[in-house]
Design a protein around this ligand. Structure first.
Ligand code: ZN
Length: 391
């Protein structure tokens, strides 16, 4: 069996243990026991070798002396998905100041704070990115022999979020930004999550086009942090939904064409346009915006028509976007002219963030940041290695 694999609890599937199931459970238990026993012995041998090799280089943490002698063994207990394992760690004593300590902890990968094996943390975190921490902890307990508390899992995710290093923007890439509300913080309406990703067309997968996305920035709170982050990146091409002015941070801002059509409906409603006509207006705007040849000219006419009909709000909406509606055509090099590659991510975001309870802003930011780093950045130039991140 692989680490962490486990026969399901008998109560779920199996009527009172048949012989073969009992045998299986027995063999698993015996195999674990034997493997652990043999390897614990090997680990001891390694430590003895290391100690004699490194002796002169090892120092007392209190007085710095290197006059050290061996002083027995200490057991370290670690939680793994196959239950608690006990590892024996070499102990040394300083001949000058009498301090006892375990000089090889760092070398073995067992600094004092480590209480879990990485595989248990990895499994728990992956669950915690999909489900509430409480549910994840309950599932870990049910399907493995390890345990982690909901609070312990929250702390691991926070630790991961703090140690993440998001990729840099590569020149020429198109940046897409968007935001959505999540139920977090003190305000009744919740708090905003702001996201910036890059997107480009990827190779075909099973005959269907794919999109390569990378998370550049994610935070929960005021929009200024997004502006600061973009200010540092200076993306040339940026697509946004019009909620903010991005001319200061991007050379060529482009209004998302899909959002322009979608948002029109609201303004038409404010202008008192009846429901059945609103849909037709949206459709004709769509035709205009997707007309790559004469679109800009036709948009000007469209706005003029709205003004003449007295539909002020709708006209203002499009007038504000007129300059940025066809940037992609004038400047070229845009991978996308809508934020639609972000929509799927937004759905995923809402699915995880919507857990019924109210989050703290930092709490939901941590989960979402790690979630999207796993979703989008894994396999990029900096593959994710929990082991390194958590130490
Ligand atoms: Zn000492």
């Amino acid at each position: 069996m692989l680490p962490g694999e486990q026969s399901l609890p008998e109560t779920i599937l199996i009527p009172d243990g048949t012989a073969v199931n009992r045998l299986f459970a027995y063999l698993c238990h015996q195999a674990d026991h034997k493997v652990l026993h043999d390897h614990a012995h090997m680990l001891q041998e390694i430590q003895l070798q290391w100690f004699s090799m490194l002796r002169s280089a090892l120092q007392c943490p209190r007085c710095g002396s290197n006059k050290l002698i061996r002083k027995g063994w200490r057991a370290r207990r670690l939680k793994s998905s196959r239950g608690k394992i006990s590892l024996i760690v070499l102990q040394a004593k300083c001949k000058v100041c009498d301090r006892t300590f375990r000089p090889l902890n760092e070398l073995i990968g067992l600094p004092f704070a480590v209480r879990f094996t990485d595989e248990l943390v990895q499994k728990s975190v992956e669950l915690g990115l999909q489900l509430s921490f409480g549910k994840s902890a309950a599932i870990v307990k049910k399907l493995t022999k390890g345990t982690i508390s909901a609070e312990g899992l929250r702390r691991k995710v926070a630790q991961l979020a703090n140690s993440l290093c998001l990729p840099n923007l590569v020149a020429g890439q198109t940046v897409l930004v968007d935001s959505t509300k999540v139920k977090a913080g003190k305000k009744q309406r919740g708090a905003s999550v702001h996201l910036a990703i890059t997107a480009e067309k990827g190779p075909k997968q099973m005959g269907r086009p794919s999109i390569k996305k990378r998370l550049l920035h994610l935070h929960v709170g005021g929009v200024h942090r997004l502006h600061n982050a973009l200010g540092m990146m200076q993306p040339e091409r940026l697509v946004h939904d019009g909620g903010e002015d991005y001319t200061a941070v991007s050379k060529y801002p482009q209004r998302c064409r899909w959002h322009l059509v979608h948002q029109l409906k609201h303004y038409l409603w404010q202008d008192g346009v009846p429901h059945e006509i609103r849909g037709r207006c949206q459709k004709s705007l769509r035709d205009v915006l997707w007309d790559n040849r004469d679109g800009q000219k036709r948009l000007a006419t469209y706005i003029k028509d709205l003004e003449e009909l007295g539909l002020k709000k709708s006209a203002t909406h499009l007038k504000g976007a007129e300059k940025e509606a066809f940037t992609f055509k004038e400047k070229g090099g845009f991978a996308f002219s809508t934020t639609s590659p972000l929509e799927r991510e937004m759905r995923e975001l809402n699915r995880r963030a919507d857990v019924g309870a109210r989050w703290s802003e930092k709490g939901v930011e941590n989960v979402l940041k790690v979630l999207f780093h796993y979703r989008l950045n894994a396999g990029s130039t900096n593959p994710i290695r929990v082991t390194e991140l958590l130490r």
